[in-house]
Design a protein around this ligand. Structure first.
Ligand code: ADP
Length: 429
């Protein structure tokens, strides 16, 4: 019988107080996996059997993928441990290959950079900076729910780009640009997905890079009237970025949100409506992006709210262009269910034994204890089509403010109120 390999990423947050080395933590995790029957479904950090491991790690999460990365020879920088045949988890047809990624969350928060020296002058920051993996983005990746394989494509893309760079693949024979563009209507999670990707990829590449950097460039601030020498200031900003890139232990993600505003600026300049300072800044920015893209440890993430083409060469040549639209009903169900479950967790929505809603409704077993509630939420999801992810994440709060108006209520009541909140939102949209 053919053996199939499923690859499971095991992401392990090391406790900053632990005195163990990364490899020692990895060893403890391997041991715990080997001792656990079907760890993907059953592993619990708080099980008494994991007492020793718990002293050194704060979280362990599993992510199962069936992608090309199941080939253990493909990426030598992954710690791989294949649970062998004598482990009860293996059967004749499915072999599980575990990739363990030990990381440590950085608590520093975000750093705002100003291009002029006078922060008090009322200017907005030109960029924000995070050291990755950052506590700010912990859980963000999992909270974002999309159709199809968007997240897998993104993470595979970053891993492939780094692999090609590491293997010194000749760029004149095989070209790749290291630019990703996510485009679609506002509020569909594009910016959040870029930040979550940078965080997640840093964790997945934790045996290759010691840490990551995310720099979010605020393109709007380039046009601010406060900057008299914008072009020069962009250069100054890139000098700092250059310093970060020169550390080969670090992977650098440059995020440019609403990239269409740069193209718009160039268009306005042609028609004489844009001050020359702004256009100089934009041109300097584009030149610098083209320059730093050549470094092996840099990825450029861009987002745009326009659906049509953007007149900028570096975006035009993006390797991955993914349209992110408003979510369909089954994804809406997942988004709303995860929000309601959070209210159940904290006791604002009351459900017997704190039972949680299933996160998917398709093929749900009719005997599920919350089947009726899930069915009701599925109807609400159908009603919510055309609302953005951003609006959907606000619905539970608006339900509470406008309809619940007391400390807590039952799940049935909450869902009935939620339907009303969606109706109000749709009427106003
Ligand atoms: P965009 O960049 O497309 O305008 P954002 O990344 O700013 O969108 O999204 C804002 C917030 O909306 C996100 O942080 C998230 O809370 C919520 N959101 C949007 N899309 C989704 C989604 N597909 N799944 C879960 N939450 C979403």
């Amino acid at each position: 019988m053919d053996r199939q390999t499923q690859c499971v990423h095991v992401e392990v947050a090391r406790d900053p107080r632990s005195d163990l080395k990364r490899s020692e933590v990895e060893g403890l995790v391997k041991e715990a996996l080997n001792n656990s029957f079907n760890p993907v479904d059953n592993f619990r950090l708080h099980d008494p059997a994991n007492k020793d491991l718990r002293k050194h790690v704060t979280a362990v999460s599993f992510c199962s993928v069936s992608s090309t990365w199941a080939d253990p020879d493909g990426l030598e920088f992954h710690a791989a441990c294949t649970i062998s045949d004598d482990n009860p988890y293996s059967d004749n047809t499915l072999e599980t290959s575990f990739r363990i990624h030990v990381y440590e969350l950085n608590d520093d928060g975000e750093n705002a950079e100003f291009m002029d020296d006078d922060e008090e002058a009322g200017s907005s920051p030109s960029s924000h900076h995070w050291v990755l993996p950052s506590a700010n983005f912990h859980g963000l990746w999992d909270s974002l729910i999309f159709e199809s394989d968007v997240k897998t494509r993104l993470i595979d893309y970053v891993q492939t780009a780094i692999l090609y760079a590491d293997k010194n693949v000749d760029a004149s024979l095989i070209s790749w640009n290291k630019v990703i563009l996510l485009h679609g209507p506002p509020g569909t999670g594009k910016t959040s997905l870029c930040k979550a990707l940078a965080h997640k990829a840093t964790i997945r590449l934790s045996s290759r890079f010691t840490y990551g950097q995310l720099i979010e460039i605020n393109s709007h601030s380039l046009f601010s009237k406060w900057f008299s020498e914008s072009g020069k200031l962009v250069m100054k900003m890139f000098d700092k970025i250059q310093e970060l890139i020169e550390d080969p232990q670090s992977i650098v993600f440059l995020l440019i949100d609403e990239v269409e505003s740069l193209a718009q600026c160039r268009l306005s300049a042609e028609s004489g409506n844009e001050p020359s300072d702004s256009i100089r800044a934009v041109n300097a920015l584009l030149t610098q992006i083209d320059r730093i893209k050549r470094y092996p440890n840099v990825m450029i993430l861009t987002t745009s709210n326009v659906v049509g083409s953007i007149d900028l060469a570096f975006v035009d040549r993006a390797d991955l262009k993914i349209f992110i639209g408003n979510p369909p009903a089954d994804i809406i169900y997942g988004i709303l269910a995860s929000s309601v479950n959070e209210l159940i967790r904290v006791g604002i929505v009351l459900s017997e034994d704190k039972a949680m809603l299933p996160l998917t409704y398709t093929n749900l077993d009719k005997n599920h204890s919350l089947y009726d509630c899930a069915h009701q939420l599925s109807n609400i999801s159908n009603l919510s089509v055309n609302l953005s992810g951003r609006t959907l994440r606000k619905i539970p709060f608006l339900t509470h403010v406008n309809f619940v108006r007391r400390e807590n209520c039952t799940l049935y009541e909450f869902l009935a109120f939620m339907k009303k909140a969606v109706e109000v939102e749709k009427a106003e949209a």
